[in-house]
Design a protein around this ligand. Sequence first.
Ligand code: GTP
Ligand code: NAG
Ligand code: NAG
Ligand code: MG
Length: 183
Amino acid sequence: MAKTYDFLFKLLLIGDSGVGKTCILVRFSEDAFNSTFISTIGIDFKIRTVEIDGKKIKLQIWDTAGQERFRTITTAYYRGAMGIMLVYDVTSEKSFDNIRNWIRNIEENASSDVDKMILGNKCDLSESRVISTERGKLLADEHGVKFMETSAKSGFHVETAFLMLASDIKNKMDRKNVITHPP
Ligand SMILES: Nc1nc2c(ncn2[C@@H]2O[C@H](COP(=O)(O)OP(=O)(O)OP(=O)(O)O)[C@@H](O)[C@H]2O)c(=O)[nH]1
Ligand SMILES: *[C@@H]1O[C@H](CO)[C@@H](O)[C@H](O)[C@H]1NC(C)=O
Ligand SMILES: *[C@@H]1O[C@H](CO)[C@@H](O)[C@H](O)[C@H]1NC(C)=O
Ligand SMILES: [Mg+2]
């Protein structure tokens, strides 16, 4: 049977419990949203194939539990990831402060050339927002990673964020191929 995709990219979602990782993934893979909070147990994944530069890219996206008690199992998935979305909740100072700890976790357990992106989620909740867009940008700049504010509820920037991360991975892959297989 013919292969239905050209590349397989493994992505990972990490961040504190309740920031909206599962909702972001459900929005991206099923274009749906449910406000009932069902905290993820351990790890889960969803698949969606996208097209970038005329290539079919199958995204296998791992959704980790934010709860501390699952840390050992979720950290074991860092090594295979080609891209990582670090998610905080714009209405939670604590989830924003913890991004530094999540980055340290990546440095200790993921591949050194993994592509990273920070997402400030729940940007639809303007009334209860405590983290400004500017603070999110500054944090991302400090770590040299891309940044985007998203809303799993409205769908704002969810697709854009995944496509941007996937494009970065593909561009990096293309550059490597030019070096190892010169035209
Ligand atoms: N208003 C609003 N609520 C959101 C958004 N994203 C998630 N939520 C709500 O936040 C709660 C937590 O969302 P989840 O996606 O389950 O959080 P999680 O990061 O997967 O949490 P763990 O699985 O425990 O790590 C749910 O009640 C969601 O409905 C958003 O963009 N806007
Ligand atoms: C949301 O999820 C809950 C729990 O799984 C379920 O009982 C409810 O029917 C869902 N609501 C919608 C609108 O799908
Ligand atoms: C993550 O990195 C730390 C520090 O290097 C190490 O002690 C731990 O065993 C690693 N975890 C996994 C699951 O590989
Ligand atoms: Mg979850």
